[in-house]
Design a protein. Structure first.
Length: 530
């Protein structure tokens, strides 16, 4: 929400909407980075970790937000981007001027000016090294060239980062998300002959040691901490959040969101492989449980296209599929995260014009895809499906101009379905997507079986059906979700009594005395004690 009409959402705007979040049942608010930044990557390029970018407000605005959130029983979680800084950060500027102490804050390597030290690729396209003629050296940037990777091997860097955590802790922050934090320990600086370089720095050799040190020394063990883990493994996630090492409270991992990447390539489209989706959920949920490790449950965030447009149907079955997707993850084992707009069924942008996109990654890949031989039309079709901007358009508050987000011109266009899809029309509506989310949140708070129960998946379901059972103190809760637009018969031993249905997304939820249940398009059913 933009409070001052400059077109950017801001801290005061968030404070204005705390009552809305409270109504939904939110306990914690994760804010993406609002620190001083040249905004090459929407704030994930931080130039000053202790100050707020004026476009988002002032420190006084933040303190007011923290106070008002606390008054409503809500914690604030900040997003710490510690794998890299902006090249506008004072440390990097000093490094560029040749100050040896600060050069050691980053990863500078010698190599001839026409030969990057390794063949690693930046996650945003192109080589991951940038040459600095004045120094005769290259620096590493796993993301944009204006995001220089920090050298975690240097204990001074680690000290600086701990102090930043303490600074925000003292401001009343009670949780942290750590951005791409499993990339901080680089194994070596060798060419990657099989891939894009990620095997040389993903879940690297000292990452567990660094995380323990960071959390321990900053004294944030009792806070909610979540690590964003890029291309990670189950074994590592068990170490990050499991009882034996317990470095963080929980982890974000992404396997379930790659099931529509053809040959593992985000920029190659294919229909979602629903069998793989079900298997990833099953393997990771059960695997994490086995080690008492904890998942962050989510479909969407600021880096993902809307799951509703991707795995659901944002047309005819929008209402049903939005509720289905919500139910599938909210009834699982872990901590659910709702990304702004999911709770009202917001959709992808459908912009179909590169000038309407803002994201650096989308703009780069629009060019790269054409270099790879795609036509403009083919390239924009891929961008429409995969752009991170799909999740970044303004929150649709009302049916008024700019969806009520700003009195000025929004920094990125509002999706032009806000007349139909907006919060105002759903808040008081009993059968709305918003009310469904609200109910899921409240059920989790009233039913220990949801928050604390064990989970086991039925791996023999027909393709397209995700089904799992939660257990707690002798009770069971079984969930079926039909991820397709077809009716599918699924097994339900002993039938389903109407009275046992805890939550469902069709009003006339099915009941049956048979051992099978006919699940309609995008139907979700959760049954207690069956
Ligand atoms: C994370 C963020 C993403 C950002 C990247 C680099 O993946 O979620 O938005 O571009 O890290 O900081």
């Amino acid at each position: 929400m933009d409070s001052n009409g400059d077109g950017f959402g801001d801290l005061k705007g968030v404070t204005m909407k705390l009552d809305y979040l409270q109504k939904l049942g939110v306990d914690y608010l994760w804010l993406t980075p609002f620190f001083v930044s040249p905004q090459v990557d929407n704030g994930y390029d931080v130039a000053d970790y202790r100050n707020i970018d004026p476009r988002f407000g002032t420190m006084a605005d933040f303190e007011e937000l923290a106070k008002e959130a606390k008054r409503r029983g809500m914690g604030i979680m900040l997003d710490m981007v510690f794998n890299h800084t902006s090249t506008e950060h004072d440390w990097f500027k000093r490094a560029l001027s040749g100050d040896k102490e600060y050069m050691d804050y980053y990863i500078f390597k010698d190599s001839p000016s026409d030969m990057p030290p390794t063949n690693w690729e930046s996650k945003f396209g192109g080589n991951a090294w940038e040459y600095v003629p004045a120094l005769g050296k290259w620096y590493l940037h796993l993301f944009d060239k204006k995001q220089a990777d920090l050298n975690w091997e240097n204990p001074k860097v680690r000290e600086e980062l701990k102090e930043i955590l303490c600074f925000w802790k003292n401001k009343g922050v009670s949780g942290f998300r750590f951005d791409v934090v499993n990339l901080i320990s680089k194994a070596d600086y060798e060419n990657d002959n099989e891939g894009d370089g990620r095997s040389h720095y993903t879940d690297g050799p000292r990452v567990h040691e660094y995380l323990k040190e960071l959390v321990g020394d900053a004294g944030i063990e009792d806070m909610i901490t979540v690590g964003e883990m890029s291309s990670t493994s189950l074994d590592n996630c068990i170490r990050y959040s499991g009882e034996s090492e317990h470095e963080l409270s929980m982890v974000f991992h992404f396997q379930h969101l790659k099931v529509d990447y053809k040959d593992g390539d985000k920029w190659s489209l294919m229909p979602a492989d629903l069998k793989a989706l079900g298997k990833f959920f099953a393997d990771w949920q059960e695997g994490m449980q086995g080690a008492n490790a904890w998942d962050a449950l989510f479909w969407d965030n600021h880096d993902q296209p809307r799951a509703l447009s991707r795995f659901g149907d944002d047309g005819k079955f929008r209402d049903k599929s939005a509720k289905l997707l919500a139910g599938i993850i909210h009834l699982m084992r872990g901590t659910p995260y709702i990304y702004q707009g999911d709770e009202i069924g917001m959709t992808n942008t459908h912009f179909h014009d590169i000038t309407r996109y803002r994201d650096v990654e989308s703009k780069n890949y629009y060019e790269i895809l054409q270099e790879r031989g795609l036509s403009e039309e083919e390239a924009i079709t891929v961008i429409d499906e995969r752009s991170r901007d799909n999740g970044r358009t303004p929150m649709q508050w009302t049916a008024e101009a700019n969806a009520g987000f700003t009195a000025g011109t929004p920094w990125i266009e509002v999706v032009n379905n806000f007349g139909r899809i907006n919060a105002a029309s759903q808040i008081e509506e009993e059968n709305s997507i918003f009310s469904f989310y609200k109910e899921l949140i409240s059920l989790r708070k009233s039913h220990k079986i949801i928050s604390d129960g064990t989970i086991s998946f039925d791996r023999n379901m027909p393709e397209g059906i995700i089904s799992y059972t939660r257990e707690y103190e002798g009770k069971t809760l079984t969930v079926w979700g039909n991820m397709t637009e077809n009716e599918i018969q699924a097994e339900c031993k002993g039938g389903v009594d109407r009275g046992d249905i805890l939550i469902a997304n069709y009003e006339d939820a099915p009941y049956t005395k048979d051992d099978t249940i006919a699940l309609r398009p995008y139907e979700l059913v959760a049954v207690l004690d069956k």
